[in-house]
Structures are given as C-alpha cells and as structure tokens.
Design a protein around this ligand. Structure first.
Ligand SMILES: Cc1cc2nc3c(=O)[nH]c(=O)nc-3n(C[C@H](O)[C@H](O)[C@H](O)COP(=O)(O)OP(=O)(O)OC[C@H]3O[C@@H](n4cnc5c(N)ncnc54)[C@H](O)[C@@H]3O)c2cc1C
Ligand SMILES: *[C@@H]1O[C@H](CO)[C@@H](O)[C@H](O)[C@H]1NC(C)=O
Ligand SMILES: *[C@@H]1O[C@H](CO)[C@@H](O)[C@H](O)[C@H]1NC(C)=O
Ligand SMILES: *[C@@H]1O[C@H](CO)[C@@H](O)[C@H](O)[C@H]1NC(C)=O
Length: 575
C-alpha cells in the first residue's frame, strides 16, 4: 500500500473538475438562500464521478478521459482533494461509513474497474448537499441565519483534511473557505486595539490559505513560521484553531502559541476581531479549542521569525520488528534530551525513518546528540546522517514534503487514534521499558504508525495559560499516531473491525498514561471521556465560551466542545 501511494505521488494534473448534478431538487428555502447570497449556492458531486455510469441511483454519462485524470490524481492532495469542493483527504469522511455509500476508486489500484463499473453507483455519502464558496463575512452571516431558521446542519470546510469528519456531513450546508486566499507580511504588526509597544513581526492570511504558499511567500522575504507537516493543510482552519504542531514547535511553540489575531464571524451573526485586547475569551478559545465550534474564522495573523539554518538528522533502518525495538530503546533513552535540544520532526515506524531538525545545536553538537542512533542504525544496515540546511523551506522541501506519512494519509480511509506521551513515562529505566513494550504492542496492531516529535515540551515562551490547547501537550515529549484502514469493497464489519483494531492498539498507551490525553485533530473518533482527553482542565471554560457565543449550538461537530451527541442525523454516517 505504502509503495503504491509513494509511486502515485507527484503526478501533475491539467484540469479541475466541477460536476453539478442538474437533477437534484431545489426547494424554496434553498432558493431563498441562493438569492440572498447572489446566486452563488452550489451543489456538488463526488469528484470521481466521471468514472461512474450512475450517480445516486440515476444513470449518468461516464467520461473515460476525465476518469483517467481522476485515476492519475487520486492521491494528489491539492487538485484532487483540496482544490475541489467535494474532495476530502481521509475518504472515510466523504463516504457514509454506516451504510457504505461512497464514490471511491480502489486506492490499491485506482484504475481497477471493479470499483466504478456498473453496478457500482457513485453515492454522495457524507459530502454536504450544498455549499457556498465563501467570499466574505456576508456569506457567513447569511448561512448562520439560514441554519438557525431551517435547522439544516452547517459545516465549515477548508481543505477537508480533518481526521474526525468535522468538515463533512450528510444533508448539510457547507461554508467552503478555500477561496479566501491572500498573504500580507507586517514587520510591525499591532493587534487591533492593543498598545503600539506590542508590535510583532507577523503574517496575515485568509482562511483558505494553505501552508505551501505561505512557506514560499515567507521564504522569499527571508522569514519562517511554525507550520504543519503537509503543504496542503490549511493554516488558519482546523490546524491553528486546534493547536497546530510543527517540527519548529519544540523551539517556537504551537501554532496556537504564535497566533496574534483572528477575524471571525460568531454564530450570532456578528463579525468580530479577537486578540489579546478585545474579545479575549473568544481569542483564548480559538487558540486550541478547535475549529468548527466558536465561529467562522475569515483571517488569521501569526508571528514569523527570520530564517535560520537547521541541523538535520536523517536516520534509517530496515523496518523489521527486532530492529525497531532496538532503535526505539535508544530513542526513548534520548527523547527528553532531544526535546530540550530543540529537535523536532517525525519518526515513521512503518518505513524505518527518523527525520529531526534543530536550530539550536551546531553541527558538532548535533552529531554528538545523534551518535547512539547513528551507530546502531548503521550497524543494522541503514544509512544515517546529520547534515545542515539553510532555511525552513529547504528542510520542508527536502525532508518533509512527500514523506511517507503525509502521502500515506491521503486518498484512503484512515481509522486513526493517538496519544500524547508524557515526559514522566521516560524518567526511569523501568518506565522506559514499560513504554517500549506498550509501543511495540501498539505498532503491531496498526498498518501505519508515526511518532510526531513536535511537542512544546522544550518551548519556554509560554506556560500555556494564554491558549486553550490541551495542557498535556506541554508535559509530553511527543504524540503517537496509529492507523488502520479497509479496502474499497469493504463491509460494515470490516470498517468496524479497523476502528476496533485501532482502539485496541492505542489502549496499550492509554493504559500506561492514565492522566494524559490526545490531540483532538488526530484522534480516535471513539475517544473515551473526550472532553477531558482533548482539553483537560480547559474544558469547563471552553464550554462557557461556546455557550456565550453560540447558545443555540448552530455549530456542532463530533466530540467538539459542547457537542450535542451522536444521535443527530448529521452523525448518521459514523460507526
Ligand atoms: C496529511 C496531513 C498532515 C497533517 N499534519 C499535521 C501537522 O503537522 N500538525 C498538526 O497539528 N496537524 C496536522 N494534520 C491534522 C490537521 O491539523 C487537521 O486535519 C486539521 O483539522 C486540518 O484543518 P483544515 O482547516 O485544513 O481542514 P478541514 O477538514 O477543512 O477543517 C478541519 C476543522 O476545522 C474547521 N474549520 C476549517 N476552517 C475553518 C474556519 N475558517 N473557521 C472555523 N473553523 C474552521 C472545520 O469545520 C473542521 O472542524 C495533518 C492532516 C493531514 C491530512
Ligand atoms: C443559484 O442561483 C444561480 C443563479 O440563478 C443558479 O445558476 C444556481 O444553479 C443556483 N444554485 C442552486 C443550488 O440551485
Ligand atoms: C463507461 O462505463 C462502461 C461500463 O464500465 C464502459 O464499458 C464504457 O467504456 C465507459 N465509457 C466511457 C466513455 O468511459
Ligand atoms: C542516548 O542514549 C544512549 C544510551 O542508549 C546514551 O549513551 C546517549 O548518551 C544518549 N544521548 C542523548 C543525546 O541523550
């Protein structure tokens, strides 16, 4: 599966699809909404539709050349998944998991005709019925008003990268943020209403802006920002509002730590500015409390810093189980020091690779820090090096972009779970031995596993009280993710089994980290005691703020703050 995903990566595409089903009935309330927003209400079919000969039970024309383009780009995160309204990166959330409705190709072999030849029917699944390509605050205000009067569920969709299905939902109206794109650098940004003495080197961008363009824009100006591991994730949406971890987090903090201001429309229909000097409660909630919950963000401003060089460790070993155990043993011995030395990056268990970078050590110090890992992995037959890169963009382009993890998580169902692993589990050799056993057991039950060495444990710029990020992030050294999946022709039993396997896997870590929790952006959809696990001591205040700005719960999402529970029709596709 991984090799296949890697092989299909990077294929370029010439055309973008926009297929509208002209037969869908439009009732009066929708017509009225359409008039209010100037005729920009749209319907959307699943983007693989050109391969199929029927859609939602009605015959349609398939188109072999467009189908060929879909096949070629099935794993392309930009064109196929985020530049098209109906594209979602984890396909368990554009399908309907509970009844199997989907419009998928075979991710093991996208041109396999069994997935799309009759009797296969292209089904809407969880893709919202209608959407607005948001141009500004008036669209959002109209949508809140419509949702309040009609009871139609409202979802906010940016890139569709969410791992918990919070940007889709059957029968919903979606606000698509993708067109809200612009980037401005402000060397002396002062948040609205704040004292001019409080100026920061900052970048302001629209809600639809994705990391790739921001990284490139900043690099040309000699600047860098704390940003995620994938070029197509949105910077202002779920990532920043949910916390936002980065390889730079050990040195500079989380995305939420770096945020200076949001422009946001709250569900009462009011456009607000939220920062440290006005709407402070809302600002705090939007710094970690999660997307899709407190309002619709139109614009974000975040701190930037001057580019700097990094020392990069690229550690590789043949990924057998005994090798992994030996590598992990040293890694656990070294993890606390690594976090304090500013190392940040990714351990991909499945492929046998560690990539870490730090701006804080010089080359000699970096080589010393990595000595034990390099010695072992070289003995095991791997090629491991410590080198230097001049900028964040060169680190990103050479090591992170296209890394196995980023590719393996796009274009297929992802039954994910995760755990934040506290430093204290590493404090004694007994603790590390217990952890090694738990990690090995967990990875044994997962088809794809990664350690995100991206925690703010070593970040000294904030104690975290000015953000609503799960405080457990700050006492943890890393996050572990485990993933299982299913094939295109799965049964309900197989889908449930994939989730059950994931839960069983992560339970090994839950058992030995009882007062820890998980990062809600990359978590189990069946997270036990989710309010505490995702928000810990911040949950109570977050709920108060939710109820203040959205007393009618116009915005609601799966296991979000103030969640109304699974019985609503919007959640009928979860299993
Ligand atoms: C390949 C890949 C790599 C990833 N790497 C990282 C990483 O390095 N670090 C990390 O922290 N996370 C990472 N993630 C997880 C990522 O943070 C989440 O998927 C996040 O929810 C994506 O946000 P989005 O806005 O791009 O996606 P969407 O799915 O469009 O939205 C996610 C959530 O945010 C809400 N939302 C979106 N836009 C707005 C808005 N303007 N206002 C209010 N709410 C909004 C949505 O309603 C939804 O609840 C990765 C995900 C993928 C698929
Ligand atoms: C909204 O109105 C425009 C202009 O009349 C029309 O082209 C479009 O199809 C309508 N949208 C829907 C979903 O009916
Ligand atoms: C449409 O689908 C049918 C059945 O799978 C296939 O035989 C036919 O070649 C397809 N036509 C085009 C134009 O792709
Ligand atoms: C890493 O761990 C090994 C023992 O496994 C130890 O010899 C070495 O000093 C450690 N290095 C760091 C940077 O902690």
């Amino acid at each position: 599966m991984l090799e296949f995903l890697q092989a299909s990566w990077g294929v370029l595409l010439a055309s973008v699809f926009s297929v509208v089903d002209k037969n869908r009935p439009v009732t009066d309330i929708w017509r009225q909404l359409n008039t209010t927003i100037g005729g920009r209400l749209a319907t959307s079919n699943p983007w693989p539709q050109p391969c199929f000969s029927s859609i939602n039970g009605r015959p349609t024309h398939n188109d072999s050349s467009q189908c060929g383009t879909v096949c070629q780009n099935y794993f392309n995160q930009h064109i196929a998944r985020s530049d098209v309204f109906a594209g979602y990166s984890a396909t368990n959330f554009d399908m309907c998991m509970s009844n199997g409705d989907q419009c998928h190709l075979d991710f093991m072999n996208p041109s396999n005709p069994l997935a799309f030849s009759p009797p296969a029917d292209c089904r809407q699944g969880s893709i919202p019925s209608y959407y607005i390509d948001v141009q500004g605050k008036d669209d959002v205000i109209a949508a809140f008003d419509f949702a309040r009067k009609s009871g139609v569920p409202l979802v906010i969709k940016n890139t569709g990268h969410d791992f918990k299905g919070r940007s889709s939902g059957p029968g919903s109206l979606a606000l698509w943020m993708h067109s809200m794109k612009y980037i401005h650098h402000a060397p002396e940004f002062v948040a609205d209403g704040c004292p001019t003495s409080d100026a920061h080197n900052a970048v302001t961008f629209g809600a639809g802006q994705q990391f790739e363009e921001i990284f490139q824009h900043l690099d040309k100006l000699g600047l860098q920002m704390v940003g995620g591991s994938d070029q197509s994730v949105g910077a202002a949406g779920g990532w920043a509002q949910g916390g936002g971890h980065s390889s730079l987090t050990p040195t500079y903090g989380l995305g939420a730590d770096r945020t200076l201001q949001y422009k946001v429309v709250t569900p009462d229909g009011v456009a607000r500015i939220a920062n440290a000097c006005q709407n402070e409660d809302l600002f705090w909630a939007l710094r970690g409390g999660g997307g899709g919950t407190f309002g619709v963000v139109l614009e974000a401003t975040m701190m930037v810093s001057e580019v700097e060089s990094y020392r990069v460790a690229n550690i590789n070993w043949p990924p057998t189980t005994p090798n992994l155990k030996q590598v992990l043993e040293i890694f656990l011995d070294n993890a606390t020091n690594f976090a304090l030395q500013g190392w940040g990056g990714y351990v991909t268990i499945t492929t046998g690779n560690i990539i870490l970078m730090t701006p804080r050590l010089n080359l000699k110090e970096a080589e010393e820090a990595m000595h034990a890992l390099i010695e072992l992995t070289t003995q095991l037959g791997g090629v491991s090096t410590v080198t230097e890169v001049p900028t964040f963009l060169s680190w990103f382009d050479n090591y992170v972009r296209g890394m196995a993890g980023a590719q393996a998580l796009v274009g297929l169902p992802i039954a994910m779970a995760s755990r934040l692993v506290p430093q204290k589990n590493h404090a004694t050799s007994e603790g590390r031995a217990e952890l090694l056993e738990a990690l090995s057991s967990a990875f044994g039950l997962s088809v794809f596993s990664q350690i995100h060495f991206t925690s703010p444990y070593g970040f000294t710029g904030s104690d975290g009280s000015d953000t609503s990020v799960n405080p457990v992030w700050r006492t943890s050294l890393y996050q572990v993710i485990v993933v299982n999946s299913w094939l295109f022709d799965s049964t309900l039993e197989q889908r449930k089994e994939a989730y059950a396997q994931t839960t069983k896997s992560i339970n090994y870590l839950r058992d030995i980290t009882p007062d820890s929790g998980a990062y809600h952006n990359e978590a189990d959809i069946h997270e036990p005691n989710y309010g505490h696990s995702f928000y810990n001591t911040n949950y109570v205040r977050l709920l108060e703020i939710k109820n203040k700005y959205d007393p009618d719960h116009i915005l609601d999402c799966w296991q979000c703050v103030g969640w109304q529970g699974p019985s609503r029709p919007r959640y009928s596709c979860y299993i």
